[in-house]
Design a protein around this ligand. Structure first.
Ligand SMILES: [Zn+2]
Length: 317
């Protein structure tokens, strides 16, 4: 039936716009899509966050999934978040009827009560996950607005965690007005706490302030939301954690912003790798070294050629 309609449309010279439906590769998911269906391998899982909204309790969970074309953050609302408990890293998940959003320049697929997650569907496979488009950079080579940059270095300083109130509905900052917290969109709310942790990372070329928000803090510290919230009341408990982390080698993927207040570049973390593989780093170092050596040899070769030319010229004359 559809085929016939297509032929008729073609004969009439009408362009049939193919509706985007069915399974999408991750790179083809764009913000603002409805009924998103995709399949990916779980590469990272985060803690469930609970929140209070008026009389109702709510929760959301999140994870990163990837396929051969890229990775994307998946946000699971309410009952969907409970499914995280039965999902392991490495599992294949099929998402049905999600909706995609843009979150500060990054794409996300949200699964609400209309959507569904199928864990390890028997008829789906995912090849090697294209981890990210991140490009490794030396800190001294970072420039404002660099996106998807990867840096690797040693934590040389940790600051105190800063806590702030957010709207439980939309996650935006909730501000104190009179004696209650107010969200611009959702009015009076009983706020959740979110948090930010800044660290200084040094890679030998330079150091930079790395800004980690909620999920990143949890991954970096390997602590739950519950643990981290205890530092709000008892900041002295965080001192121990600081000491533990100081000197650790960590990898971050994120973007570079200019903090205009202090006129300095800062690195906003999108992904933290608290235990990067030492083998990979050693391999990278030796590759860099041989690349540098090859570079150093290049002008020498040129000079040799020139000398040969000179010799030739001399013999000719
Ligand atoms: Zn709100």
């Amino acid at each position: 039936k559809e085929g016939a309609a297509h032929i008729v449309a073609n004969e009439l010279g009408i362009k049939v716009i193919e509706q985007v439906s069915g399974k999408l590769q991750i790179k083809n998911i764009l913000p603002g899509m409805r009924s998103v269906e995709t399949v990916g391998k779980v590469t990272q899982k985060f803690d469930i966050h609970e929140f209070q909204k008026e009389d109702r309790k709510g929760k959301l969970g999140s994870m990163i999934i990837g396929d051969e074309t890229g990775t994307i953050r998946i946000v699971l609302w309410q009952e969907q978040a409970d499914k995280l408990a039965s999902i392991k890293e490495g599992d294949i998940v099929k998402l049905v009827d999600g909706y995609s959003k843009d979150n500060q320049g990054r794409k996300e697929v949200h699964i609400g009560d209309r959507g569904n997650i199928i864990i390890n569907p028997p008829d789906e496979t995912v090849g090697d996950v294209k981890e990210s488009n991140a490009v490794r950079k030396k800190i001294k080579d970072l420039r404002e607005n660099d996106a998807d940059a990867e840096i690797f270095g040693t934590i040389v300083q940790l600051f105190d965690i800063r806590f702030f109130e957010v709207c439980p509905e939309c996650g935006k900052r909730a501000k104190m007005a009179d004696d209650s917290f107010v969200c611009e969109t959702h009015n009076k709310v009983s706020p959740n706490y979110s948090y930010v942790l800044n660290v200084h990372l040094d890679d030998g070329s330079e150091n930079i302030r790395v800004v980690c928000f909620r999920n990143q803090v949890e991954t970096l510290l390997n602590k739950t939301q519950e643990d981290i919230l205890t530092y709000r009341e008892a900041p002295e408990k965080f001192e121990e954690v600081k000491t533990e982390l100081l000197g650790n080698q960590v990898k971050f993927v994120g973007r570079v912003v200019n903090n205009t207040m202090f006129n300095r570049l800062e690195f906003i973390s999108n992904q933290v790798f608290p235990n990067p593989s030492p083998e990979e780093e050693i391999e990278r170092l030796s590759e860099e070294k041989s690349a540098e050596e090859a570079k150093a040899e290049e002008p020498k070769e040129e000079m040799e050629i020139k000398q040969e030319e000179i010799v030739e010229d001399v013999t000719k004359s």
